[in-house]
Design a protein around this ligand. Structure first.
Ligand code: ATP
Length: 237
């Protein structure tokens, strides 16, 4: 469904991604993990048209989206939950959610999708009229995910949804992501929380210094001594 082929990306003269290839199949939940500064945000932003691709190709649902303008991605079926959530903090939770469904295909299904988002995050129901900026970090992340779902995407891109949240809230967030995927939306999840991400995803990619250095079934990667040493703080023989 999503096919990233040999892409590179830069900030001015400085390269941030080199020859990165990855695939996400229809209905799959795949994660990309790696340390701070590895290039995860650049990768997900490049896929979502928020950062220019210097070399390589990105295809989605049989279509070349490498040069697609950022505002066309929703229509193409891709929604991103960006790093830092980027909510309209002075607007109500309801307005933030409804803004997600501005494309005609999503507008027609707004009521149903709205109910689906509230079923996924019931705590938001009592907060609909509050300013998004007054919510806790976890609740703001729920609004960010809900807003992306309001576009009725075929694929959801998530950039570090666990960032800054307590372990209990992270568990709840990951439960919701699993449910979204079980309902048929493909998911590409970028995370520093390696253990949580790999227990959620069936397949994973490891990024270091702008390159994919390992990939495969998440359960298998978790067993590798070098992954345990580098990411899980476990000493292996
Ligand atoms: P983090 O988890 O800290 O967000 P990341 O894996 O998402 O890290 P990126 O944010 O994609 O990594 O950064 C990849 C590289 O690009 C890093 O070396 C970073 O310093 C550099 N970089 C990121 N943003 C910029 C920018 N606006 N200008 C210049 N260099 C940047």
């Amino acid at each position: 469904m999503l096919e990233v082929s040999h892409i590179s990306a830069r900030y001015g003269a400085a390269a941030a991604l080199w020859d990165v290839s990855l695939q996400v199949g229809e209905g799959e939940l795949v994660c990309v993990v790696g340390p701070n500064g590895a290039g995860k945000t650049t990768l997900i932003n490049a896929i979502a048209g928020l950062h220019p691709v210097h070399e390589g190709r990105i295809r989605f649902a049989g279509r070349d989206i490498t040069q697609l303008a950022g505002h066309r991605f929703c229509e193409a079926g891709i929604a991103i939950v960006p790093e830092g959530r980027r909510l309209f903090t002075g607007m109500s939770v309801r307005d933030n959610l409804e803004l997600g469904s501005y494309i005609p295909r999503a507008k027609a299904r707004r009521r149903d999708t709205f109910d689906r988002v509230l079923a996924l995050f019931p705590v938001l129901e009592a907060k609909l009229h509050q300013q998004a900026g007054a919510l806790s970090g976890g609740q703001q992340q729920m609004v960010a995910i809900g807003r992306a779902l309001m576009a009725c995407p075929q694929m959801l891109l998530l950039d570090e949804p666990s960032l800054g949240l307590s372990p209990l809230v992270v568990q709840d967030m990951f439960r919701a992501i699993r449910e979204v995927n079980a309902q048929g939306t493909s998911v590409l999840l970028v995370e520093q929380n390696v253990h949580m991400a790999m227990s959620l995803a069936r397949r994973a990619y490891v990024v270091e210094e702008g390159r994919i250095v390992a990939q495969g079934p998440a359960a298998e990667l978790l067993e590798r001594p070098e992954i345990q040493r580098a990411y899980l703080g476990l000493e292996t023989q």
